[in-house]
Structure formats: structure tokens, C-alpha cells
Design a protein around this ligand. Structure first.
Ligand code: GLY
Length: 750
């Protein structure tokens, strides 16, 4: 059949749910459709609504005859079971949907099981029971099976006639209750993902649509009671060939039905479970699935009316069925009490956006009210489109699953590496950093890299009178973002070690060992090695052992390319040499030691301040590009203060100027009755801080000196009489920046 040889037809779509809305939507778009009627349709279906129920065979047939309908498309199974296709065909009208006899594949589960047995379609163990008198036999069949089962009403039940009991008590109760409604089929419960295989059939030939996957359970994670279906997507990733499964499960049935004089014309839908022993037949349906229709029909590129007419005329083999190279995912938006009956949802929260990748199909009021469908190149994008639509339009009180497609997403992973974690790269990183770590090792280190914990022999401090361990854990803050952007991985390694060294130094301690933690979105051996090399350089310079560490690959936690560095340092000090001394008093002098840059503080501010400046720009008065100025490593003060610290009492207190700047850090070592009076301009302001003062015009002095070290990274408290002696003991310039005055443990900036 070719498109040009057919004059447009008047077409009637029967049904009123979201599946029929989708059918009507597709028929309405067809160039072969002159006028569309829907019976009964719903308030969103295109075409003219006809107020006749889907099972009212006589009225529908009369309407079709009277209005000269040329094709009737039957959506719901109730209409098929009522014999609508037979009546329509008898009136000489083409009908897409099987006769009542052929639709027995759906309306009688025992018929289906018998056909499947005759045709040897892979199936679960099953047994059918006709009447309540067979209840004892059913219970014994179940008990003899010794396995979990699925309990089914043999007849139609609107998607609610299948229960998968979780425990024996519920199972027995379900069997007993189902016998009150009619014949019952019991089936061994199979395990595995389900897939829906739908094929157009013309009585001879079956032409499949892509595999779809329904989500039948009400609850997320596939929990709770079975429903008509809470969402679907297609194509579903099924590890079998579509044509082979069609040949295995659909074609034999088509041949069998024809041979029995009940040819199947319409849509045959095999519900399959993909078990460890291969695909097995769960059920047949004789129409489009709901919500499978909502995702499959939008993927059909060919004219759906042309395909349906080909089914009616036995011409399917010659009719092209083009499928879009895309994925569709549908989320069912149900009324709050679904699957129980209850009030319907109110108005949509907003209008449906007019896009070609988002479609909203209207379903049944009080039940599955809408299906929000997203169509895109990938499943992930289709999902986003569908959920964006659902979030935009779903009326207040809607219930919808947030996990449609979750198994497919999980199934895409074939290795830990595919999840973003590359163990081999981690091993390569360890190989590369081994040398730099071992360079810091001394005879105190027992055991090597790869042990569960670092072992450090403390006999070297046995000579001490009263050793006190001082430990510090820290990180380098958002400077890591800048370092990642500039590819300067060595910097944060030095930063973290020196930061910790200074933290224990201000308590008078020298470092013993350091343990690091490095985490990133993706491990690259060279990058990790550079970071650890930075740590090793800083450790070696201060006689600290790099004793151990952890490298963590955390995709999805860190943004792509981002990393973080932290560490713990343990140092030791004679108890009597712990700083600060209690003798700090008004009259003492404050000496400042220069910082190498902002160290590891204030970077959230600095990154914003210079956000629009390329890292290689060099505004005055900088002596290097801004990126380099910001990325000077945090310096250590240990070596410069080593000699001075040997002279017990010379240094009364040390304050490391970290987060909180001079204003918050100096008070940490003050007695309660003292203030620190600091004179602004008493030390040379490094160019970077001059630039900061110039640009950050909105920040007051207090704010600036609370955020950044402004050129002073260490403050020393010294007796006024010993200032010269101390300055001489420190092999670098120091500046008198203020003094201790009476007060309340604050800084006075003046
Ligand atoms: N989605 C299941 C059905 O239509 O029966």
C-alpha cells in the first residue's frame, strides 16, 4: 500500500485513557486521517468526542456504520473481550484489534498458558483452577511447588488481577480471595527484569516495535502493589535480539491462531521476564500496553494509520515501519489514592510547554491521570525531559514514581571503572608517588606504603622529659579550585603540610609525621603524584615524615576535574615548652613575619574578587601574573623559628594567621586581660594585598583584616627587652607591628 493511493479516511479510536490519547494523537497527525472520532476519549484527546463507552459494542458499531467510519482502532481490552472487533468487521469496516476469539490470549490466562504449553514457549510452572471447589487443589499445588508464586485472576481485572505475594500468609489469603471472583491461575514466581515486546500483526506476519520496559509496581524501587503501570521507556536495553524474541514468542502464536481459524490482527504484546535461564513468558495482551503506548507510539516515524491498515489488509510484510533513533520515557502521574479509587486530581499546575520533546497524555480521572513523556537521544535526556514536564504540570497532590528507568541506568555499567572509579589508575598513582613519599622516611618509619596504617617508632623521643603530642588536621579550602584550574597540583600539597606544621609550631611543637587525604572526581596518576610530591617537598624541608595517606576517587561528589586535599600532622613538644606562655602581659611587643601570599585563607573572596581577570593577567602593582600570585604555596615558619624556640622563654607566644586573619587569630593566644594593639602600615604590604585593597573597595578594613593575612603570616609575642635578641635569632626580616595592651582579648587595629 502506498500513501498516495489511499484517500483520507474517517477514523474512530475507541477508549478514553492515556493509551488512547496517544493513539488518537498519532492518528490525528496522519495524512490518511480525514476526520477523527474518539469514543469516549477524554478532555485532551484530539478529534470529535463521541459519548459511547468502549464496551458498548452495539452503539459503537451503529455509530461507525452511520458515520461511514473506514477504520476503527480499539484501545482497551474490555472492548476486545466484548467482541467489538467482530461486530465492526461484520459491518464491513476495517478494524485494528483482534476478534474476541483471538483476544482470548488476554482475557483468559488459562487459554494463554495452554497455548504457550502447546507451542512450548518458555514459561514458568503453572496451574489453572476453574472454580472455588478447586481451592484445596490450588493450595496443594502451591505447597508442592515449594517456591514463591504469582496469583492471577484468569479473567480481565483492569491491571489489578495479578498479585505477587511477599509471604505465605498473604499468598494464601490472595488465593482464597481470588477464588471468590472466578477462575484462578497460579504461576511460579520468576526473577529478573521484565520487558514488553509489542508487535503489529496482520494474521500472518509480526513486526515488532522496540523493546519497552514498564514499571508495574506502585512504589519506587519496584515495591508495593502491582498497578496498571507507573511509567515506561523504550527502547529498553535487553540482551536479546528483537527479531529472535519475536520469532520465539510472537510468530508461533500468530501461526497457531491462524491455523485455528482465529487469526490475530492488531497489536500482540508479550510480557517477558528475562530470567537467568533466558526469557520466559509472563502474559499476552492483545492491544497496546499502557503506559508502553505512550512511549512507543511517539517513536514510530512511519504513518501509524498506514501500518494499521496494512494489518487489516494482510499487507504488513510489505509496509515499512520506521522507528525514530531516539529514546522515550514516560512517567505516570496518578491520583493520590491510586490504585484505590478516589478523588481525581485538580487542574494542571501550568500549561503544557509546546515542545516536540515533551508530550503530556491524559489518562483516567481518579486513576493514572497523565503520562508525561520525554523524547531525546539518550535515556538520561529523555528522563530529564519527562521529569521536568511532570514537575512543571503535575497538579498538587499527584503521585508519581521518581525512578522510572532506574534499572536501565544501572545496567549500563559494566565495571567499577564505568562508574568512574579506576582502580588501575589508583595503583599507578601509588607507584608514582612512592618515591617522593619514601624520600621523607627516616629510621623511625616501620613498614612501607600499602600497609593498613603508618607505624612510627617513638623511641627517638624517649630522651624527652615529658613529651606532649600535638596534632592538627586541616584542609586548604577553596584554593584547590584555583589550583585545579591552573593545573598547579604541587601547590596544595605544600599548602596543607605547611599549614599543619605552623599549627603545631605555635604550640611550640616540631613535626613528627603527616598523613594526607586526597580526593577527586577522577584519579589521574600524574596529578596525584604532583600533589603528593608537593607534600613530600614540604615534609622534607621541615624534617617531617610523610607516613601515610588516602587517595579517594569520588565521581559525582566532586565536580569533574575538582579535587580536595586535607591532612593530619602530629608533632611533639616538651610539656614545659608548650606555647603560649602564661607570662604574656601588657608591654610585650608583637613582631610580624611575612606571609608568602594569602596562604590558604580567603580564597572564596579572592576568587570572586578576581573572577573576571584571566589568570595570566598582571595588573599593577603585581610582580607576577595574578594566577601565580594567588598560587604561591603556604610557607612554613619552622626553620626560621627553630633557633629562637631553642632559647626557652624568648618567644612568649606565636599566632598562625589563618582563617580569621590578624583580628581573630592573635586573640587566640592572649590572656583574658590583654588586647593586641596592631599598627596598620607597620609592615611592608606585599603587592597582591595592595591590589586587593585597591579592588575590594566595598570591604571595610576590619573585614579585610579578618579575611586575609594582609602580608603577616605569623605573629610573635616577645618581651620588649628582648626584641633585638629575637630579631637576631630569626634569619629573615621581622616587623614590629604592635604591642600587648590591657584589654579583653581583642585586637585593636589602628
Ligand atoms: N503496561 C501493562 C499493560 O498495559 O497491561
Amino acid at each position: 500500500m502506498s500513501r498516495t493511493s489511499v484517500t483520507p479516511l474517517d477514523i474512530l479510536v475507541v477508549g478514553g485513557g492515556a493509551r488512547e490519547h496517544t493513539l488518537a494523537w498519532a492518528v490525528h497527525r496522519s495524512s490518511l486521517c480525514a476526520k477523527l472520532f474518539v469514543a469516549p476519549g477524554n478532555d485532551s484527546t484530539p478529534g470529535e468526542r463521541v459519548d459511547i463507552a468502549a464496551h458498548d459494542v452495539e452503539a459503537l458499531t451503529a455509530f461507525a456504520v452511520e458515520r461511514g467510519i473506514a477504520l476503527v482502532v480499539i484501545g482497551p481490552e474490555v472492548a476486545l473481550a466484548a467482541g467489538l472487533a467482530d461486530n465492526i468487521a461484520a459491518a464491513g469496516i476495517a478494524v485494528f484489534g483482534p476478534s474476541r476469539a483471538a483476544a482470548q490470549l488476554e482475557w483468559s490466562k488459562s487459554f494463554t498458558r495452554q497455548v504457550a504449553s502447546v507451542l512450548q514457549l518458555p514459561s514458568p510452572a503453572w496451574a489453572a483452577f476453574e472454580s472455588h471447589a478447586e481451592l484445596p487443589a490450588a493450595l496443594s499445588w502451591w505447597r508442592a511447588l515449594g517456591d514463591k508464586i504469582v496469583v492471577k485472576q484468569a479473567g480481565l481485572a483492569g491491571g489489578k488481577g495479578v498479585v505477587v505475594p511477599l509471604d505465605d500468609e498473604t499468598c494464601e489469603a490472595t488465593i482464597r480471595s481470588f477464588f471468590t471472583t472466578g477462575p484462578v491461575v497460579l504461576e511460579q514466581r520468576l526473577r529478573g527484569p521484565e520487558c514488553s515486546l509489542l508487535a503489529f500483526c496482520d494474521g500472518f506476519t509480526a513486526r515488532p516495535l522496540p523493546f519497552a520496559q514498564d514499571h508495574k509496581r506502585l512504589g519506587e524501587g519496584d515495591t508495593g502493589p502491582n498497578t496498571g503501570g507507573m511509567g515506561a521507556f523504550a527502547p529498553a536495553p535487553v540482551p536479546y535480539d528483537l527479531n529472535e524474541l519475536t520469532a520465539q514468542f510472537i510468530q508461533p502464536v500468530i501461526d497457531h491462531m491462524r491455523a485455528n481459524g482465529t487469526p490475530f490482527v492488531g497489536m500482540l504484546y508479550a510480557g517477558l521476564m528475562l530470567t537467568a535461564d533466558g526469557p520466559k513468558l509472563l502474559e499476552f495482551n492483545c492491544r497496546f500496553g499502557d503506559p508502553e503506548a505512550q512511549v512507543l507510539i511517539p517513536l514510530i516515524e512511519s504513518d501509524i494509520v498506514e501500518i494499521m491498515l496494512a494489518c487489516c489488509n494482510g499487507q504488513l510484510a510489505n509496509t515499512p515501519i520506521e522507528i525514530r533513533d531516539a529514546t522515550a520515557l514516560g512517567v505516570v502521574i496518578a491520583a493520590p489514592s491510586y490504585p484505590a479509587t478516589g478523588p481525581s486530581l485538580g487542574a494542571l499546575r501550568s500549561e503544557v510547554p509546546d515542545t516536540d520533546h515533551q508530550l503530556l497524555f491524559r489518562g483516567n480521572a481518579g486513576g493514572r491521570e497523565y503520562t508525561a513523556v520525554g523524547i531525546a537521544q539518550t535515556l538520561a535526556h529523555a528522563r530529564t525531559a519527562a521529569y521536568d514536564l511532570a514537575a512543571t504540570v503535575a497538579p498538587a497532590g499527584s503521585r508519581y514514581r521518581r525512578d522510572i528507568g532506574w534499572r536501565a541506568h544501572g545496567a549500563t555499567l559494566s565495571s567499577y571503572a564505568a562508574a568512574g572509579v579506576d582502580i588501575d589508575e589508583g595503583t599507578r598513582a601509588v607507584d608514582q608517588l612512592k618515591d617522593s613519599v619514601e624520600k621523607t622516611h627516616t629510621s623511625s618509619v616501620l613498614g612501607g606504603i600499602g600497609a593498613f596504617g603508618g607505624t612510627f617508632d617513638l623511641s627517638e623521643i624517649m630522651g624527652m622529659k615529658h613529651p606532649v603530642l600535638v596534632a592538627s588536621t586541616d584542609g586548604v579550602g577553596t584554593k584547590v579550585e584555583l589550583a585545579a584550574r591552573a593545573g598547579r597540583y604541587d601547590v596544595p600539597g605544600q599548602d596543607i603540610v605547611n599549614h599543619c606544621i605552623n599549627d603545631v609550631l605555635v604550640q611550640g611543637a616540631r613535626p613528627l609525621f603527616f598523613l594526607d587525604y586526597f580526593a577527586s572526581s577522577v584519579i589521574r596518576a600524574e596529578q596525584v603524584a604532583a600533589v603528593v610530591n608537593g607534600m613530600s617537598i614540604a615534609c622534607a624541608a621541615s624534617g617531617c615524615v610523610l607516613l601515610g595517606g588516602e587517595t579517594a576517587e569520588m565521581p559525582g561528589v566532586y565536580m569533574p576535574g575538582a579535587f580536595d586535599v586535607a591532612g593530619t600532622l602530629v608533632g611533639v613538644v616538651e610539656r614545659e615548652r608548650l606555647l603560649p606562655l602564661s607570662t604574656i602581659a601588657p608591654g610585650d611587643v608583637l613582631l610580624g613575619m611575612g606571609s608568602s601570599g594569602p596562604h590558604t585563607n580567603g580564597y572564596s573572596l579572592l576568587r570572586k574578587l578576581f573572577d573576571w581577570l584571566p589568570l595570566d593577567a598582571q595588573p599593577e602593582p603585581l610582580d607576577r601574573p595574578i594566577g601565580d600570585a594567588l598560587l604561591v604555596p603556604h610557607r612554613s615558619y619552622l626553620n626560621s623559628l627553630r633557633a629562637a624556640l631553642e632559647d626557652h622563654g624568648l618567644i612568649k607566644g606565636l599566632a598562625h594567621i589563618t582563617g580569621g586573619g590578624l583580628i581573630d587569630n592573635v586573640p587566640r593566644i592572649l590572656p583574658p586581660n590583654c588586647d593586641a594593639a596592631i599598627t596598620l602600615g607597620s609592615w611592608p604590604m606585599p603587592p597582591l594585598f595592595q591590589l586587593v585593597s585597591e579592588v575590594a573597595t566595598g570591604l571595610g578594613t576590619d573585614e579585610l583584616y579578618r579575611t586575609l593575612n594582609m602580608g603577616v603570616g605569623m605573629v610573635i609575642v616577645v618581651d620588649a627587652a628582648r626584641v633585638g635578641e629575637l630579631q637576631a635569632a630569626i634569619p629573615e626580616p621581622t616587623y614590629i607591628i604592635g604591642s600587648i595592651v590591657a584589654g579583653t582579648k581583642r585586637v585593636q587595629l589602628g
